[in-house]
Design a protein around this ligand. Structure first.
Ligand code: SF4
Length: 208
């Protein structure tokens, strides 16, 4: 089995150049990452260590904490030049946690999507109440929380239940990208969606 760095190197060698909102370019001195919106900018602040990725990933342009790293609100204005694939991998793990490994597990046929009803059935304590979320509420909540335009960039691999697919988002939301773009995959609803489900059930519509 190819290790993670080798798999990433192989993808880059074959022309892989994008993950989420980040574009990756080959440079004489290694690899350069930057926000895709900043492709033509020349006034970017230079960073040179993979450890710089975490603070870059943590805050949006307004300085607010990004609880969901796959939300489409990556900050602008930086470029990160790294010497080798190992440091690119380390940086990508900070920008998009677990997304390299999840895709490799999928390629090996080992990624098992978990339907929303199963995720909610496992909740305990204050989140147990999410089991009362209706199917209609789930559709609305998923459309709001997971939409690529403002919510989350991941491709959804799960259903609400075996009998019920998510039908409140466009078909592209369920089709992983490929080729020069590394897919961001959601194989199980995240804690943020579960927390938002709790607010729906509790009737708290102020946020989430
Ligand atoms: S459930 Fe998945 S697609 Fe939805 S916000 Fe969470 S990580 Fe993103």
């Amino acid at each position: 089995m190819m290790d993670t760095n080798a798999a990433l190197a192989d993808w880059l060698d074959k022309g892989g150049r994008r993950i989420g909102q980040i574009v990756i370019a080959k440079k004489n001195d290694g690899w350069e990452l930057r926000h895709a919106d900043d492709a033509a900018r020349e006034d970017l602040h230079l960073f040179t260590k993979s450890a710089d990725a975490r603070p870059l990933a943590n805050l949006d342009d307004a300085g607010a904490y990004r609880a969901l790293k796959t939300a489409p609100n990556l900050r602008h204005g930086w470029r990160l030049v790294l010497p080798d694939v190992a440091s690119v991998r380390s940086a990508l793990d900070a920008f998009y946690p677990a997304m390299i490994g999840v895709q490799l597990a999928r390629e090996r046929g080992e990624l098992v999507p978990v339907n929303l009803r199963d995720t909610l059935a496992r909740q305990t304590g204050m989140y147990r109440v999410t089991q009362r979320l209706t199917d209609a509420e789930a559709q609305v909540l998923i459309a709001r929380s997971c939409c690529s335009d403002g919510g989350c960039l991941k491709t959804i691999l799960w259903r609400i239940s075996p009998e019920l697919p998510v039908n409140s988002l466009p078909a592209e939301k369920f089709t992983a990208r490929g080729g020069d773009e590394w897919p961001l995959l959601c194989h199980e609803a995240c804690n943020i969606l579960v927390a938002a489900a709790r607010k729906v059930v509790k009737g708290d519509t102020k946020e989430g």
